[in-house]
Structures are given as structure tokens and as C-alpha cells.
Design a protein around this ligand. Sequence first.
Ligand code: PMV
Length: 358
Amino acid sequence: MNSENNGFFFSKKKYFIESNGTVTKKSHSNIALIKYWGKHTKEIQIPLNSSISYSLEQVYTVTRLIYYMKKKKSKNFSLKIFLSGEKKNIFLQKIRNFFHRIAYYCSYLQDYNFIIETHNTFPHSCGIASSASSISALSLCIMEIEKKLGSFLTKEFFFKKASFLSRLGSGSACRSIYSGLVVWGYHKYIKGSSNLYSIRYPYQVHPIFTKMLDTILIVDEKPKKILSSKGHQLMNRHPYAKERFKYANQNMNRMISILKTGDLPEFGKLVEYESLTLHAMMMTSNPYYLCMKPNTLSVIHTLWDFRIESKKNIYFSLDAGANVHLLYPIQEKTSISKWINSDLLSYCKQIITSFCIY
Ligand code: PMV
């Protein structure tokens, strides 16, 4: 485990005073290959197993953070939030809580009022979780302010702290700070891995995994009924949780070896197994619940049939929702797009294809 602790991320007390300013940052969404599901109860946003994800090139958020000096210093945060130019008060509470949580590490935030203007490349409320890209973009903006206010930051510390802050807003968001294959959570075989922030995957990756595509099939565009925060909480008294955390870490061992050897069928089996395990955890929580919809299952069965017939390397992954991610190498793009258009379109409301950044 790395020697850093929370104290490593405190901001310096003395800053230049800047009366106002604007910073802009972009951050990508990610799809986990080994899933994070379950966190410690006593510490804030500390995962119970390590996870790894690909960042998605075409699925991102751009955030502009405007800050201006408060007339009177106070611990309250005055925020205004705009999504694609529209004022969105529904996000105020979540972002205000985030600011309060990180204020301890970014004392300068209390000197300012903020306007947050944010745009996603994907339609909002289409069922793609935007918290990973939006919280990480906001954290990068905050670090840019820290830099502008005169704190000397190495590039390494800048991103490390941005990931640390993101984690406090939404766990999986901390993996969005870096593009490529990113690991979050301590794993004994991954050098530099930490529960406090993410790192770039530090080992050799077979060329096949450097050119993967993710086609996201939106089968349900409604917001999730059970928030992931609730889902994580249910893992705390889940009868199979201990085994899950043990297996997730073992699955990470397998993933390390697969990424090196380039065994695509084994990669696919593992990614699908992780996805179904995640959903099995939800279905066996108390209270139990189900995120998949009939069309999720139709897509999975159609994919499995297609894979047997065509022998193509295409595999699915699921987040904590009903939508399906299809992962496949770029060489298969033409034939797979044809198949998606002919066999899967009727199950989907929308389709988004993105390059998995390596
Ligand atoms: O980051 P959260 O708290 O929204 O949790 C999301 C976890 C999954 O997306 C289901 C899996 C993952 O590792 O991204």
C-alpha cells in the first residue's frame, strides 16, 4: 500500500487572492471491466475490492467553473448549475455535499461563489451515468483553481489529488481522471494501486486491447430507481459480500494475465462474469432488486447466439443499470455494426459507439 494518507492532500493555508476567474476541463466516462461494488462503512468512499476500467473517448463532459470572491466569508457554498445552458437545481444538493466534503482538502473553495456550466456529449437522462465524467471534470476544474491560486503542484500531484477529490464525490469517477486503462483500489499485484485514488494501469498490455470499441445500447433511458449509493450500502450486510470481494481481487489477477497475453475470449468471459456477478449481488441484496429489463436479456441472448454462429469476439458489460455495453476489437467494426443494425436496433432507444481509450 502507498504511504500517502488523507493528510497528503490538504491544501496549503496561504494563497494568492484572485477576485474571480474561469477554468474549463474535459473528462471521459468509463466502463469497468472488474467492477467496484461495495465500500467500507467507517471511511468515506473506500472500495472493498480493486477495479479497472477503460475510459470512453466519445462519452465525455466539458465543465466550465466560474468563481468569484464572496463579499463575506462563510462556510456555505453558493452554487448555480447549468447543464447544456439550462439551469438545473436538481443537482444542487449533490454538488453542495461534494463541496462540503472536499472543503477540508481545498480550503480556498470557501472564499468563492461558483457557477458551474456543464455539457455532455451524450444526451442527458439517456441512461448513461454522467456522474463519473461530471464529477471528475469538476474535480479537475477545482485543481486548476488550486494551481492558479499559487500552489506549486507537480503534474503527478495535480492528477492524484483530482482523483482523490473525485473519489469523494462518486467512487468510480476517480478512475475518469486518467484516460486509458485505469485501476482504483489497492491490489497486492498492482504496483502503486491505492484505495484513495486511481492510477494508470502500470503493466504491459497486448496490442489487441489497445484498439477496442464500446457500443452502448440504451435499452432504458429512465433514471435508475435504486441509486448506486444505496446498492453499495446493501453490500454491507450482504450474505455473499465477503466471497464477492475475494473473487473480485482474484478476477483482477486473471485480468492482469489476460491483458498481457491478449486472450480475447478469456477477457470476454471475465468481463461478462463480472457484469453478471454485479447484478447477482443486486438480486440477492436485502431488499433485493433487479436493474435488467426484458430488452437487456434479449440483447444478451442475441449476442450469445451471434457469437456462436459468427465466432466473432464480442462481449457484453453492464453497469448498475439496464443498458448494455458491447466490447469488441476495432477490426470487427464493419461486420458488428451491420449485425447491430439488423438484429439489435429493435431493443434499443439509442446507440452510442465509442473508442475505448488506451
Ligand atoms: O461510482 P458509483 O458509486 O456510482 O458506483 C458505480 C459502480 C459501477 O458502475 C456499477 C461499477 C464500476 O466499477 O464502475
